[in-house]
Design a protein around this ligand. Structure first.
Ligand code: PGA
Length: 262
C-alpha cells in the first residue's frame, strides 16, 4: 500500500535552553524554514522544550501563527493531587501541546521508568488527546543477548496495553547505544526494527493503526545522515537530540526531501 504518513522531525531538547532562549530559537527556526519554503504538509516539525519553556513557546507559536508544533518531554501518569513535581496531561493539553515524549531511555534509566509506567503515562496522555511519542530501544548488551528487535518489540507490547485501535500515537525507535554517541544505527538496522514495531502494531491493534502510525528513528541523527533513514519504507521521521539544538542543523534535517531528492 502507498505510504500516506506525514513525516515528523521532532527535536528533543532535553534539559537545554531556558524560556528566553527557547523563544529566540523557535523564532529563528520558523524563519529558517520559511526562508527555505518548507512544506509543513509534507514534513511536520515539532520541538520538545523543557516544561518551564512551554508557555512561552505556546504564546509565540500562537501569536505569530507559526507552523511548528510542540510537546513536552514527559508527563505524569496521575490525573491530579499530591504528586510533588509532577505535570499532568491535563495541564499540557490546556497549553495546546500536541505531543508528549514518553519512556525516553534517559527516563527509563535515570528515573527507573518501567514498561508499566510507560503504559500508564501513555494512557494518561491519550485521555487528554495528547499524542504520545512512545520511545523504545535496546542497549548494546540487549542487542548482543537478544538480537535487534526483541527488546524494543517487548517494550512496545506493554506500552500499547491501554491504547485502542483508533488512538493516534507515534513510536520512536531509539537504540540506547546510538543516543548521544555519534554512532547512529545504519538505515538497514533502523528499518529492520521499525518494520518489526509496525508488525507489532498490526498484530495487536490492526491494519489501520499500523498503516497510519508514524515510527521514528532516533540516535545521533544529523543533516548528513537523515536522508538514508528517510529512504527506508518503515521510517517516518526522526527524534533528534543534540542536533536539534542548532537551528540550521535542525532545519537541515527537516528539509531532508532536498537531500533525498523526494
Ligand atoms: P541524540 O539524542 O540525537 O543526541 O543522539 C536522541 C534522543 O535522545 O532523543
Amino acid at each position: 500500500m502507498v505510504n500516506t504518513r506525514t513525516a515528523l522531525i521532532a527535536g528533543n531538547w532535553k534539559m537545554n535552553l531556558d524560556h528566553l532562549q527557547a523563544i529566540a530559537f523557535v523564532q529563528k527556526l520558523a524563519w529558517a524554514l520559511d526562508d527555505a519554503k518548507h512544506d509543513y504538509a509534507a514534513v511536520e516539525v515539532a520541538v520538545f522544550p523543557p516544561f518551564t519553556d512551554l508557555r512561552s513557546v505556546q504564546t509565540l507559536i500562537s501569536a505569530d501563527k507559526l507552523k511548528v508544533a510542540f510537546g513536552a518531554q514527559d508527563v505524569s501518569a496521575q490525573e491530579s493531587g499530591a504528586y510533588t513535581g509532577e505535570i499532568s496531561a491535563a495541564f499540557l493539553a490546556k497549553l495546546d501541546a500536541q505531543y508528549v515524549i514518553i519512556g525516553h531511555s534517559e527516563r527509563r534509566t535515570l528515573h527507573n521508568e518501567t514498561d508499566e509506567v510507560v503504559a500508564a503515562k501513555t494512557a494518561a496522555a491519550l485521555k487528554h488527546k495528547l499524542v504520545p511519542v512512545i520511545c523504545v530501544g535496546e542497549t548494546a548488551e540487549d542487542l548482543e543477548k537478544h538480537g535487534p528487535s526483541a527488546v524494543p518489540v517487548a517494550q512496545l507490547e506493554v506500552a500499547l496495553g491501554q491504547v485502542s485501535a483508533d488512538s493516534e500515537i507515534v513510536v520512536a525507535y531509539e537504540p540506547v547505544w546510538a543516543i548521544g554517541s555519534g554512532q547512529a544505527a545504519t538505515p538497514e538496522q533502523a528499518e529492520q526494527v521499525c518494520a518489526a514495531l509496525r508488525s507489532t502494531l498490526r498484530e495487536k491493534l490492526g491494519d489501520a493503526i499500523a498503516d497510519r502510525t508514524r515510527i521514528l528513528y532516533g540516535g545521533s541523527v544529523k543533516s548528513s545522515n537523515i536522508a538514508g533513514f528517510m529512504r527506508e519504507p518503515n521510517v517516518d521521521g526522526a527524534l533528534v537530540g543534540g542536533a536539534s539544538l542548532d537551528v540550521n542543523e535542525f532545519a537541515g534535517i527537516a528539509r531532508f526531501p532536498q537531500h533525498v531528492g523526494l
